[in-house]
Design a binder for this molecule. Sequence first.
Ligand code: SF4
Length: 347
Amino acid sequence: MADALIYDLDFEELVQALNELGQPLFRARQIWSGLYEHLYDDFSQFSNIPSNLRTALAQRYTLSPLSPRASLHSKDRLTEKTLFGLHDNLSVETVLMRYEERNSLCISTQVGCPMGCVFCATGQMGYQRGLSTGEILAQVIHYMRHLQTEGKKLTNIVYMGMGEPFLNYDATMASLRRLTDSTGMNFGARRITISTVGIIPKIEKFSRESLQVNLAVSLHSADNELRSQIVPANRIYPLKNLISACRAYTELTHRRISFEYALIKDLNDTQPAAAQLAGLLKGMLCHVNLIALNPSKAYPLQGSSKEKVQAFADALAERGIPVTVRLRRGIEIQAGCGQLASSQNPL
Ligand code: SF4
């Protein structure tokens, strides 16, 4: 079977590949439309191109680089997690979350992650490699096809699965451009969120990309020392510098930044911690998303109680910080990032 992933080619590279097969430009447009508008999963479906070209493409390229190895559904069937096998026998996870009016997909950008956040199963796995542009996109395409069979659509994409997207910057940016390409998938940039632990040089670079994609920063503490314990990347990119970079991002882009804050019992969920966070973010165009930490076998920390989460949210709101309490999803299927893969990857 062909190994090369056709989704790894951008349009110019596809034109070039077809040129080498003696094909004119309009064939590239037809194939592009089949790949990204119609989401064909077999070259036989490209009925508007000659059969000898379909055969030549099928010999060279695959349209299905991901083999589902395991799929878990939450009891209410609203959250679904798939572990996908890759060509080199590694695996990544993708999580679909269904809500009343939207279907949101959480995708991965790396196999494992080098950042080592203490509460994260992926962080405890170590790092294997970055995903290619095509492998990132293939997760989305898989679930778009899946939802299509139910007459539904994917409405939101979050880059919050396995890995730190800004450490796989080029492939991540290329995937964003492909998703939002008006001649292909045409997915609304404002319905995409990219999440980082705070890789400052890449936040600065991202602010100059002219993409309307949302940025979320995983904060988890407003105290520099505590944050270094929870998110070791803070030792390289300390809180003060990170917040300056975030302020600069909002000033340059005029876009609101989201801060993710996982509430951990008796660690970062106190009233003084809330006051400190409010002080840190004062005056910034931002929004805080609070969530009680998802439990995992990989770490002993526990999520805060509902009452503690609400009290933390109230303390932020009273100080003028926009805040939302997010519901935990899929606890029983270990929907926190990396929790399924960490038990399956040959590390
Ligand atoms: S939380 Fe994100 S950045 Fe941190 S270790 Fe897990 S995957 Fe990596």
